[in-house]
Design a protein around this ligand. Structure first.
Ligand code: ATP
Ligand code: MG
Length: 570
C-alpha cells in the first residue's frame, strides 16, 4: 500500500473521555472515530488490524472443525421469550419494534438463533457433533460504555456454538475450543491466562475465561504461586486459615453514636477491622424468607456472585431497602448484626472463625463487643461469601494466591441443555429415542482484542503492534524523495520487492518532513521500518529499525528483504 493512496488520520487531538492508553492511542493513531456513546467507526488502518485478528480466528476455528455461518443481527422477540431471556436479560438488550409492532432485539449474543437453526436442521445423532460460528457485530446497551473499543455498545464478536449428543461429546468439543483459543492468543502474541470462571446468568456449569494481563483491566484475575490454579475473582475459592480462638470476653453493649461504616466502627471501638463483623441484608429468593443476612469479616468484601449463587438469595443480588431492613430490625443498615436476628443467616468461612468480635446490635447507635459464635448466638451456617485477597491459600493446597488485573478477551462455556431444553432441540439417538442436545458456546471479543493488544504493547511514542495483527508489517520511509530520483527509485524497488514476497508493506510516499513521517509510523505502531536516503544510498545501504529497538542499524542495500524475513521468522 502507498500512503499517498491510503488514509492516515493521525491527530494530536485527544478526546477527554479517553481514560486508558489503548483508547487514547487508537484515537490519536486514527484507528477509530467516535459516532456516539459506545459507537465507533473502524477507519481503514484500524480495520486492517480487526481483519487480521479475524483471519487468525477463522483459521483456528476451521482447524478445530467449526463451520462459519452468518446469522441476522436482528432477532425476533418470540425466540427470546421461548428461552425465557426476553424478561431476564434486562436493559442491556436493545429492544426494537418494526412497522407491524412486532418486537425484536439487536443480538447481544446468538444462543437462541443458533438453537433454532439446529433444531430445524439436525435430526439425527449421525449429524453430530457440529460447531457453527460467526464473526459479527453485536449490540449490548452497556450501562457504562467506556474505554473505546474495549467496552463499546456495538462491537465485533466471534461466537461459536457446539452441539453434542452426550456429556463426553460436549467435553470434547469444549476441549477443542479451549485448545483453539490457546493457539489464537499465542499466534496473536498476547500475554494471557485461561482462568476458571463463574458461568453467570447465561447458565450452565463449566466455563473458562481468557484474560489478557494489563493493569488497566476491569477484572481481577487470581492465580496461585504454587500450582496452575487460576480463576477470576467471582469464582476464586476463599479458604479460611487458622482456627477459632476460645472466647475470652463476655458480650457487652457499646454506645457507637454516628457509626455507620466499618471504618467508623474500628475508630469508635479501637479494634481492627478483622475483629469487626459486617452484616449485609439482601433480598431473598422466596416469599417465606424475603430478607437474608450475610456476614463477612470487616476487612473482607462480599463477593456478589457467590452471594447470588446461594439458592436462598434472589438473583440478581440486591440489597434490602430501608423498609425491608425495618421489617427485620428496628434500626438502619449500619447497625445490623447477627445476634437475635430471626432471618436466615449465612456466614463467610473466615468470619465464622472470629472470636470476641464486634457487630451491630440491631439498635441504632449501639454495637455489641465480645461476641462469640455458639455462645451468644447459634453456630453459624458457613458459606464461601467473600472475595479472596492476596496471600490467601491456594484452594488446591500448594502456594498462595496473587491477584492481577485482566481484560477478558474470550469466554468458553459448557451450557449443557439450558437452551436446547427451552427450545426443544432434540435429535434421535442410536436407538431412535429423542435426546436433548448438549450445547457449548464460545466467544472472542475481536475488537476488544485489538484494544487489549495495545494495553500490553505501547510506549511513549505510540502503539507497538504484535507482528501478527499489525496494520502493516513494515514501512519504507524515503527521505526527501521529492528532491531525489534515486531515493524515489530505490524506495519503489524495495517496496515492489517486498510486496512480491507477500509482505504487508506500506510505502510512506507522503511529502512530509522525516520527523513527521517517523512520528506517524511509530504512533501507528508498524513493527519494522526501512529508511531510504541519498546519504544511505551513497554507501549502498538502508537503515533498519524495529519498533522496539533503541537504535537503528545500517544494512547492505541488497540484504533488506532477507533481513526482514529473518526478523519475521524469529
Ligand atoms: P464483560 O464481563 O467484559 O462484560 P461478558 O462476560 O459480558 O464480558 P461474553 O458475553 O462472554 O462477555 O462475550 C464474549 C466476549 O465478547 C467477551 O469475552 C469480550 O471479549 C467481548 N465483549 C463483551 N462485551 C463487550 C463490549 N461491551 N465491548 C467489546 N467487547 C465485548
Ligand atoms: Mg458484559
Amino acid at each position: 500500500m502507498r500512503a499517498s493512496e491510503f488514509f492516515i488520520g493521525t491527530t494530536k487531538e485527544m478526546p477527554n473521555d479517553a481514560e486508558i492508553i489503548s483508547h487514547q492511542l487508537m484515537m490519536r493513531a486514527g484507528f477509530i472515530r467516535r459516532l456516539g456513546s459506545g459507537l465507533y467507526t473502524w477507519m481503514p488502518v484500524g480495520l486492517r488490524v480487526v481483519r487480521k485478528i479475524e483471519a487468525i480466528v477463522r483459521e483456528e476455528m476451521a482447524a478445530a472443525g467449526a463451520l462459519e455461518l452468518l446469522m441476522p443481527a436482528v432477532q425476533p422477540a418470540e425466540l427470546w421469550q421461548e428461552s425465557g431471556r426476553w424478561d431476564k436479560y434486562g436493559p442491556e438488550l436493545l429492544r426494537i419494534s418494526d412497522r407491524h409492532d412486532r418486537d425484536f432485539c439487536v443480538g447481544p449474543t446468538h444462543e437462541e438463533v443458533i438453537t433454532d437453526i439446529v433444531r430445524r436442521e439436525i435430526r439425527s445423532y449421525k449429524q453430530l457433533p457440529v460447531n457453527f460460528y460467526q464473526i459479527q457485530t453485536k449490540f449490548r446497551d452497556e450501562i457504562r460504555p467506556r474505554f473505546g473499543a474495549m467496552r463499546a455498545r456495538e462491537f465485533i464478536m466471534k461466537d461459536a456454538y457446539s452441539f453434542d449428543i452426550d456429556e463426553a461429546g460436549l467435553q470434547k468439543s469444549f476441549d477443542r475450543m479451549h485448545a483453539a483459543y490457546v493457539r489464537i492468543f499465542d499466534r496473536i502474541g498476547l500475554d494471557y491466562r485461561a482462568v476458571d470462571a463463574d458461568s453467570g446468568s447465561i447458565g450452565g456449569a463449566t466455563s473458562t475465561e481468557f484474560h489478557v494481563l494489563a493493569d488497566s483491566g476491569e477484572d481481577a484475575v487470581v492465580y496461585s504461586t504454587g500450582s496452575d490454579y487460576a480463576a477470576n475473582m467471582e469464582k476464586a475459592a476463599a479458604i479460611p486459615t487458622g482456627e477459632r480462638a476460645a472466647a475470652t470476653r463476655s458480650m457487652t453493649r457499646v454506645e457507637t453514636p454516628g457509626v455507620h461504616t466499618i471504618d467508623d466502627l474500628t475508630n469508635a471501638v479501637g479494634q481492627a477491622a478483622t475483629q469487626c463483623l459486617k452484616t449485609l441484608l439482601v433480598k431473598g429468593a422466596s416469599e417465606q424468607a424475603p430478607v437474608i443476612a450475610l456476614c463477612v469479616r470487616g476487612d473482607h468484601e462480599l463477593n456478589d456472585i457467590k452471594a447470588e449463587n446461594l439458592p436462598e438469595v434472589a438473583e440478581p443480588l440486591s440489597f434490602a431497602d430501608a423498609t425491608a431492613i425495618r421489617s427485620v430490625a428496628a434500626c438502619d443498615a449500619g447497625s445490623i448484626g447477627p445476634v437475635g436476628l430471626s432471618i436466615p443467616l449465612f456466614v463467610d468461612a473466615s468470619a465464622a472463625l472470629m472470636a470476641d468480635f464486634v457487630c451491630g446490635a440491631n439498635e441504632n447507635n449501639v454495637h455489641l463487643g465480645g461476641v462469640n459464635w455458639g455462645r451468644d448466638l447459634p453456630e453459624p451456617e458457613v458459606r464461601d461469601l467473600r472475595n479472596v485477597v492476596e496471600g490467601d491459600p491456594d484452594p488446591t493446597g500448594s502456594g498462595t494466591l496473587k491477584i492481577v488485573r485482566g481484560i477478558e478477551v474470550g469466554h468458553i462455556f459448557q451450557l449443557g441443555t439450558t437452551y436446547s431444553e427451552a427450545l426443544n432441540a432434540n435429535v434421535t439417538d442410536e436407538g431412535g429415542r429423542p435426546q436433548t442436545l448438549l450445547m457449548g458456546c464460545y466467544g472472542i471479543g475481536v475488537t476488544r482484542v485489538a484494544a487489549a493488544a495495545i494495553e500490553q504493547n505501547h510506549d511513549d511514542k505510540g502503539i507497538i503492534w504484535p507482528e501478527a495483527i499489525a496494520p502493516f508489517e513494515v514501512v519504507i520511509s524515503p527521505i526527501h524523495a521529492a528532491k531525489s530520483d534515486l531515493v524515489r527509485e530505490a524506495a519503489e524497488n524495495l517496496y515492489l520487492e517486498m510486496k512480491h514476497a507477500g509482505i504487508d508493506v506500506l510505502l510512506d510516499d507522503r511529502p512530509l518532513r522525516p520527523g513527521q513521517m517517523f512520528a506517524d509510523m511509530e504512533l501507528i505502531g508498524i513493527p519494522h521500518r526501512f529508511v531510504v536516503s541519498d546519504k544511505l544510498l551513497a554507501a549502498d545501504q538502508f537503515e533498519y529499525k524495529g519498533r522496539r529497538d533503541a537504535d537503528a542499524t545500517l544494512i547492505p542495500r541488497g540484504d533488506a528483504l532477507e533481513q526482514l524475513l529473518k526478523l519475521r521468522a524469529s
